[in-house]
Design a protein around this ligand. Structure first.
Ligand code: NAD
Length: 497
């Protein structure tokens, strides 16, 4: 039986009848588990109107009141972490343990936002001019839109919404239509934590809903995460409509392994970071750059570890890698295995031969490994976003850095080495937003900010951390002079003292 999944507007489920719906699958069985309502422009308008109505009183609410609600949300998400994780596994396919990790990374941002009192403190200069004080305040923007991808249905909305709301904004979230249930569950938890109606709204759907948000005159800013072509479109369209936009896009994350590295550590890291969440992570390692002469040995160690990855239903204890999110995505990823072979790469491990602990109807693809990949091949140039790891050979460290810097993406990268000087040069030279040194997935903790460079991010602000607070506020500088009995009369000159 499939469940109906609908919008959350003005503190309650939407009661209308949708003209269009989309199927939501259980990727481990292939069965349709839900039907999600797709919003029209009018439905988006209703959500934005609710958010706009809620804005002025939410902004007027004290920082203390907002903080209390954030602490309440933190406790509720923590208490419901397994419930949320189960929903993630059921609709996305990632294994339960990984889904719990996703919730944990979202919790960290809520915890950061609990410190909003400290984060919103402005500057104050007494006597900037004689008896004139200057101070700055950070005001919220109003209604903000958040558009999120399928691969982190809980974490990515939580990158943005706690900070936006803590800063005094109200939100309309448009999650991925592929796995829409977790964001609604979290909206319910916001309400349970005491968030007033209309401050947090969720509309489901596709391009129609996104376009309505991008064009809506009452939406002041948009945070987007998804693929690069859509990120570019969202950035260009949103800014053309006068909005502040941050649009995080796709990735091709390189892991450089120098000859002096601990090869067991590097192989463990490549396998964990390449195949965790079936490679459906924007920070997944997708290209290993083996610097001569360790290529053969590294490939052998990676391949031997891949043989023991247990692929299966994410709900079953012991499964390490689940299915892909949809059949279409699974088929698209699998098509790269033929493309790589046709282009002349060596298919060292073929994931199509995997044995699976799960239903035969699931969207399965086992882990695959290509060796001797070169930049002209589509398996190198495209973001595959699945369990396909490629190895590129580089003859030297400078050649490896050139390779990383020539790539149009710049989300994450890592270097594995025992040479501190080489690691230090790498973090300086590499044109990538997030860098790991002997750490394969360097997702920054919540009090730093997350974001790539080049085609991995459009806009000026990274997500969460200090950039998140800046993105969701605008600064007002106030110059104030309280008259005293000795005011000095008319003076047409610019103040000097
Ligand atoms: P996607 O671009 O297909 O969809 C993202 C969002 O945009 C969804 O809400 C979707 O409904 C909407 N959308 C899709 N097509 C649209 C269109 N033509 N016009 C307007 N809106 C549209 O991305 P996805 O497949 O859901 O997610 C995977 C992608 O997200 C990968 O490229 C991955 O690298 C990227 N991602 C990036 C980060 C990051 O931080 N940089 C994090 C997670 C995922």
């Amino acid at each position: 039986m499939s469940t109906r999944i609908t919008h959350w507007i003005d503190g309650k489920p939407w009661s209308g009848v949708a003209g269009r719906t989309g199927e939501v699958y259980d990727p481990a069985t292939g069965a349709v588990s839900g039907l999600v309502d797709y919003a029209t422009a009018d439905d988006v308008d209703a959500a934005v109107a609710a958010a706009a109505r809620a804005f002025s009183s939410w902004w007027e609410s004290s920082v203390s009141q907002r903080t209390k609600i954030l602490f309440g949300l933190r406790e509720l998400v923590y208490a419901n972490r397994e419930r949320i994780a189960r929903v993630l596994t059921a609709e996305h396919g990632k294994v339960l343990d990984d889904a719990l990790g996703e919730v944990q990374r979202g919790l960290e941002v809520i915890e950061f936002a609990c410190g909003i009192g400290h984060l919103l403190k402005g500057g104050f200069t007494q006597n900037a001019s004689t008896q004139v004080d200057v101070y700055s305040v950070q005001a919220p923007l109003g209604v903000v839109g958040v558009i999120s991808p399928f691969n982190f249905p809980a974490m990515v909305p939580l990158w943005f919404t706690p900070i936006a709301i803590a800063c005094g904004n109200t939100v309309v979230l448009k999650p991925s239509e592929k796995d829409p249930s977790a964001p609604v569950l979290i909206a319910e938890l916001w309400a349970e934590a005491g968030l007033p109606e209309g401050v947090m709204n969720v509309v489901h759907g596709d391009k129609t809903a996104v376009d309505a948000l991008l064009a809506h005159p009452d939406v002041r800013a948009v945070s987007f995460v998804g693929s690069t072509p859509v990120a570019r479109y969202v950035y260009e369209t949103g800014t053309r409509h006068g909005k502040r936009v941050q649009a995080l896009g796709g990735a091709k994350n390189h892991m450089v392994v120098l000859p002096d590295a601990d090869l067991d550590l590097a192989a463990d890291a490549a396998v964990s970071a390449g195949f965790g969440s079936a490679g459906e992570r924007c920070m997944a390692i997708s290209a290993v750059v083996a610097v001569d002469p360790i290529g053969d040995e590294l490939v052998e160690r990676i391949a031997s570890r891949m043989a023991s990855i247990r692929v299966g239903d994410g709900r079953r204890p012991g499964s390490e890698m689940g299915p892909l999110v949809t059949r279409a995505h699974r088929d698209r990823v699998a098509s790269y295995l033929d493309a790589g072979v046709a282009a002349g790469a060596a298919l060292a491990v073929d994931g199509r031969r995997v044995s699976v602990d799960g239903s035969s109807g699931g969207f399965w693809l086992g882990p695959s490994l290509f060796d001797h990949v070169t930049p002209g091949m589509s398996i190198y140039s495209d973001e595959i976003f699945g369990p396909v790891l490629i190895v590129v050979r580089a003859h030297s460290y400078p050649a490896a850095v050139d390779l990383v810097n020539s790539n149009p993406y710049g989300n994450g990268t890592a270097i594995f080495t025992n040479d501190g000087g080489a690691a230090r040069s790498f973090q300086h030279d590499v044109e990538v937003g997030m860098v790991g040194i002997n750490v394969p997935i360097p997702v920054p903790v919540a009090y730093y900010s997350f974001g790539g460079w080049k085609a991995s991010l459009f806009g000026d602000a990274h997500a969460y951390g200090p950039d998140g607070v800046r993105f969701y506020t605008r600064t007002k500088a106030v110059t104030s002079r309280w008259l005293d009995p000795s005011h000095g009369g008319v003076n047409l000159g610019f103040p000097q003292l």
